[in-house]
Design a protein around this ligand. Sequence first.
Ligand SMILES: [Zn+2]
Length: 184
Amino acid sequence: MADYTIVLDPGHGGYNPGATYNGRQEKDDVLSLAFAVGDILKNYNINVLYTRWDDTDRSVYQRARDANWADADYFVSLHRNSSPIPNTYSGVETLVYNSFGPAATLADNINTQLEKIGFQNLGVNERPNLVVLNSTDMPAVLVEVGFINTDADNALFDERFYEIANAIADGILMTLYPEPVSGI
Ligand SMILES: [Zn+2]
């Protein structure tokens, strides 16, 4: 019996590549990252579910419904950011329905861990109109893992891929299992 159920949601898929840059597609980056994060979490008695396993698109409503049916404890959507002009912005940003409560704590923990890898921390930002954030019954976050049209962020993504996966997993684990407050 697993302690927790976590849904990992690799954004986009199929005919929907997400953001693209020089042939690079967001849907591919986030699928491989989701599997890497899930492989780590499985070592911690966590039941890991994915909203997609391959290069197929699923609607955001289907993704939220999967998580609700699974009665998951947390929903973590993985994306890459993009800006109108390449190489303008850099860093990680995590989106939440509102910036307080357990989702915001999870978002802040993930950002903090990713900052240690070398990403700028662009903060936790409210995006109440996103379906995967407003139609999920459990705390939900959407992590924008660097800008896909910023070369420095892609270099970090590729060169430190497993550290990034570890950082996201650590952010989840420290939310599930907070350190006891030291002292008396
Ligand atoms: Zn996206």
